[in-house]
Design a binder for this molecule. Structure first.
Ligand SMILES: Cc1cc2nc3c(=O)[nH]c(=O)nc-3n(C[C@H](O)[C@H](O)[C@H](O)COP(=O)(O)OP(=O)(O)OC[C@H]3O[C@@H](n4cnc5c(N)ncnc54)[C@H](O)[C@@H]3O)c2cc1C
Length: 484
């Protein structure tokens, strides 16, 4: 499946029409905007029926793709500016899709390593696998996403949990500057010195402040790495114990893992744990992952490889065709055995219930534990608060059902992912490993998550920056979490 990264924006050009009609995305306004764009930037606009349009709006999950009226692929920041004066990987409907005009950033695909400043500058239309494959031979990388096919825009603007997070923090902690087209159409280079407020807002505030065309990151050294994907279909309690021990005792920042507890079934009863082990050097010190490696498993592909090779082989497409899915997040300090036993119980129960209800369609229910070690120790602040004083890890919950279940599955999926998250968090609270007001990672959070639960006390400052940078609320015409 090919993912494209895109930013969804309706146009300032149509904002007057939109405001006059009082309708957020009137079909005729979108048609007018597309016609105007096609007259002004004829080689960049695509319409339904063309291959380019299909590529621009394609989305990795079926219900997040919407049929835009047209799509446009700007090539330069100047094109973006002209558009502003007028599809992707966000999980929530409307966050990276639209019925209006879809702007695809695919042409912003520059990758530049500057050895003299030890920085990497990336256009925002890339996917991480392209980035890693080009940087690997240079012996450097950036602290970015962990799965193939995901765009660099969303994680870099929303937070960014990476295989380097224990060592250097989130992606936003490694950003030096942004190049952005502001809602006014002005192009500007943003650093902590040139515009401290905007630099703060862009590190977690997503698409509220303009269209980012390039981001410069601190380069990280990259050697070959040790990695494994191990799938267990039995001995689950041993895996759970190994996970607890790892999270409570690991002090080596180069050692990270993700453990996904999953019910994957056309009928009730199929349960696995998939563990991705990662050590940021060719060989981990003895003992690092031994507890996992000695548990008998269904499959195990432990090996030393390039970093990009590891990302490629651990990013598997379940191969079940189009799905409907929702994800959410549970903030957990440390994954203890009682919390993980609750995870097994909830994933199994919800998987079995949905399999019975949508008999014949494949149902996937997962809980991914991300047992980071001091992930916020390198925090440099930013819109997404991740203070060293409260280090919660973002466990991702997911419920997905094959498209054959039809649109009726949509509300059921949403409710199920909420139930799974709420029930596991209740147990984590009981175990002293979570609080009801712990902040949620915006890139995993459901679309109805209150701003305060993701941005905490930063909300007031972000609202005020948004008002100042975007007095006409142009970015309000785009999807996603909004500060105005
Ligand atoms: C398979 C998979 C694996 C993932 N792995 C990780 C991971 O390892 N770490 C992690 O932290 N998160 C991860 N995520 C979550 C990810 O951070 C979010 O889904 C994110 O929204 C994806 O960003 P994108 O650029 O691919 O998607 P898009 O849908 O294109 O963008 C997401 C949001 O960011 C905005 N945006 C994107 N580019 C720009 C831009 N240039 N200017 C302004 N706004 C912009 C869009 O408007 C949209 O609201 C993963 C998601 C998936 C689907």
């Amino acid at each position: 499946m090919l993912y494209t990264t895109s930013v969804v924006f309706c146009l300032l050009w149509i904002s007057a029409i939109v405001r006059a009609t009082g309708s957020p995305f009137p079909f005729t306004a979108a048609q007018t905007a597309c016609k105007l764009l096609n007259e002004t930037l004829p080689n960049l606009v695509s319409f339904p029926g063309s291959q380019q349009f299909d590529a621009d709006i394609s989305h990795y999950r079926i219900e997040s793709a919407q049929n835009a009226t047209c799509s446009i692929e700007p090539v330069t920041p100047n094109d973006v500016s002209n558009i502003v004066k007028g599809g992707g990987h966000a999980y929530n409907v409307g966050f990276s899709s639209t019925l209006g005009v879809q702007i695809s950033m695919a042409k912003f695909n520059n990758i530049h390593f500057d050895a003299s400043t030890n920085t990497v500058t990336l256009g925002t239309g890339l996917i991480w696998d392209e980035v890693y494959a080009q940087l690997d031979p240079l012996g450097v990388t950036v602290a970015g996403g962990r799965v193939m096919g995901v765009g660099n825009g969303g994680p870099s603007l929303g937070g960014g949990y990476s295989w380097k997070t224990n060592q250097v923090g989130l992606t936003i902690d490694t950003i030096v500057s942004h190049d952005i087209v502001l809602p006014s159409g002005e192009m500007t280079h943003v650093t902590s010195k040139s515009n401290p407020d905007l630099f703060f807002a862009l590190r977690g505030g997503l698409n509220n402040f303009g269209i980012v065309t390039a981001i410069t990151y601190i380069a990280q050294p990259q050697t070959e790495i040790f990695g494994a994907n191990i799938i267990y279909n039995q001995n689950i309690s041993d895996v759970t114990k190994a996970l607890e021990t790892f999270h409570l005792t690991n002090t080596d920042p180069k050692a990270q893992l993700i453990a996904t507890y999953a019910s994957v079934a056309t009928q009730a009863g199929s349960f696995i744990v998939s563990v991705n082990l990662f050590y940021d050097a060719p060989n981990p010190p003895p003992g690092t992952f031994d507890a996992f490696l000695k548990i008998p498993s269904m499959s195990n592909d432990t090996k030393t490889s390039t970093f990009s090779g590891y990302i490629a082989r651990t990013s598997t497409d379940p191969g079940i065709g189009p799905i409907r899915q929702a994800i959410h997040v549970v903030p957990v300090v440390k994954y203890t055995v009682p919390i993980l036993e609750e995870v097994v119980a909830q994933v199994t129960r919800i998987g079995n219930t949905l399999s019975a209800q949508f008999n014949g369609s494949i149902v996937i229910v997962t809980f991914s534990a991300e047992p980071f070690t001091d992930p916020f120790a390198h925090s440099r602040g930013g819109a997404y608060p991740h203070p060293p004083s409260r280090q919660v890890t973002p466990a991702q919950t997911l419920v997905a059902i094959q498209e054959s279940a039809g649109a009726a599955a949509e509300p059921v999926i949403l409710q199920a992912v909420k139930n799974l998250s709420r029930n596991v968090q209740a147990r984590a609270i009981k175990e002293g490993q979570s609080k009801l007001n712990d902040l949620l990672y915006p890139n995993y959070a459901l679309s109805d998550t209150p701003l305060e639960l993701m941005y905490g006390s930063n909300v007031a400052r972000l609202r005020s920056i948004a008002k100042r940078m975007d007095p006409q609320d142009v970015m309000g015409l785009t999807g996603g979490f909004k500060f105005q």
